[in-house]
Ligand binder design. Structure first.
Ligand code: HEM
Length: 366
């Protein structure tokens, strides 16, 4: 029952943190148009997140005055911190005309452009604020989001949410899990400190208050599960560019073998197809672009056609949103995987650095 500190004064938790088992992700619209309301919300959310990450309720679960409404809803009482992290993001709307914060806008924080293969639905897209709550107990993650949403009433309204039930990425030292395609996911994720410095954390090149922060891109990606399940494993492997069992690149034998994107088989064919997912996404083929993937599997039950409705809550962190845009421009137009997936939701958020003790998230904006 691990706990992470909130007041680190450096990076927010929930990014470099080893992915926990569950995630509840929610975005919100600001319904108040006063900067003070936003400021008060960020201060109150910060204090509450610090409590929750220690496994403490945000006030009495059962107030001594029996007629009082409980400040904490109670369902996580005594469950402990369960590795909870809550990561806050600020969407482009925070910096529009409403709040007078336009001069503080992170350089490249704009709604994502239309990307090839987009099938975005309004009900899963956008948001002025995002909260990513991850924990090893789903009830602890849900409790955090529920209580923060409750605290925000009057200032924010809920916009879209996804409940992720299994991690689909790996941090340093963690075993590689599998996503709902049945393939290992996270093998070549960012794991080394130098890559976090070079590709995830914002440095000097952006507005000053973003230093130590990051950009978060969230995509709700539906999988055509029945169609995928009817495909031969040999074809599935060509789509991903890796073997299903071991997770080895098709040019190698072991999971962590470095893919060789030019290796040919005896017949003279490239072993890792150029339109496979990993060939298109690898940094070797993208001018060195790398992103941190921190995704979760999700299910929405059964579709109106009686098919399993499930997919990947893709969450990625990077020091510039250009990294995602560049990758998805390419994946969206050529990836063999496109036959089996559809991007139905999307959001982009600036992730402020973590406050030091006595401060709150986003304080530098006011
Ligand atoms: C690698 C699955 C969407 C970027 C992988 C791997 C799998 C996978 C199985 C190989 C294992 C690994 O190295 O982690 C999926 C699925 C997706 C999806 C099922 C959608 C449902 C995306 C998107 C992006 C992306 C939208 C970025 C725009 C990457 C990158 C790699 C990767 C950068 C590492 C490639 C390498 O360096 O070898 N993905 N992915 N993926 N994926 Fe995805």
């Amino acid at each position: 029952n691990n706990s992470y500190p909130f007041y680190t004064g450096t990076h927010q938790a929930g990014i470099q943190t080893e992915p926990q088992r569950y995630c509840v992700y929610m975005t919100f619209d600001l319904v108040s148009a006063t900067a003070t309301d936003l400021q008060v919300l960020l201060a109150r959310w910060s204090a509450a997140i610090a409590q929750l990450m220690q496994g403490k309720p945000i006030g009495a679960v059962a107030p001594t005055q029996p007629n009082a409404v409980a400040p904490d809803t109670g369902e996580a009482y005594n469950l402990g911190p369960s590795s909870l992290t809550v990561t806050l993001g600020l969407g482009p709307g925070v910096f529009d005309h409403r709040f007078g914060l336009a001069d503080k806008k992170p350089k490249l924080l704009e709604p994502l452009p239309a990307l090839p293969s987009d099938q975005l639905q309004k009900g899963y897209t956008g948001g002025d604020l995002s909260l990513q709550a991850c924990a090893d107990d789903p009830q602890v993650a849900y409790h955090a989001i529920r209580n923060l949403a409750r605290m925000g009433r009057g200032t924010v309204g809920t916009r879209w949410t996804v409940m992720g039930f299994g991690r689909a990425s790996a941090g340093k030292g963690q075993s590689t899990p599998r996503n709902l395609l049945g393939f290992k996911d996270g093998t070549r994720n960012i794991k080394e400190q130098s890559d976090f410095t070079d590709h995830v954390w914002v440095g000097d090149g952006d507005v000053a208050w973003m230093r130590g922060g990051s950009y978060q891109v969230a995509r709700k990606i539906q999988m055509n599960i029945e169609i995928w399940d009817a495909d031969r494993v040999s074809d599935q492997q060509q789509v991903i560019g890796r073997t299903k069992n071991v997770g080895a690149p098709l040019s190698g034998n072991a999971e962590f073998d470095t893919p060789n994107f030019t290796a040919k088989d005896a017949a003279g064919d490239i072993k890792i197809p150029v339109t496979s997912h990993i060939a298109l996404a690898a940094h070797e083929n993208n001018n060195g672009v790398k992103i941190l993937r921190r995704s979760y599997n999700y299910t929405d039950g059964i579709s109106q056609f009686g098919q399993l409705d499930a997919g990947l809550l893709f969450i990625a962190y990077m020091d510039t949103p250009q990294s995602f845009i560049q990758l998805q421009e390419k994946l969206g137009s050529s990836d063999l995987l496109n036959e089996y997936i559809g991007h139905i939701g999307s959001g982009i958020f600036a992730i402020p650095p973590a406050p030091a003790q006595g401060h709150y998230l986003g304080e530098a904006l006011f």
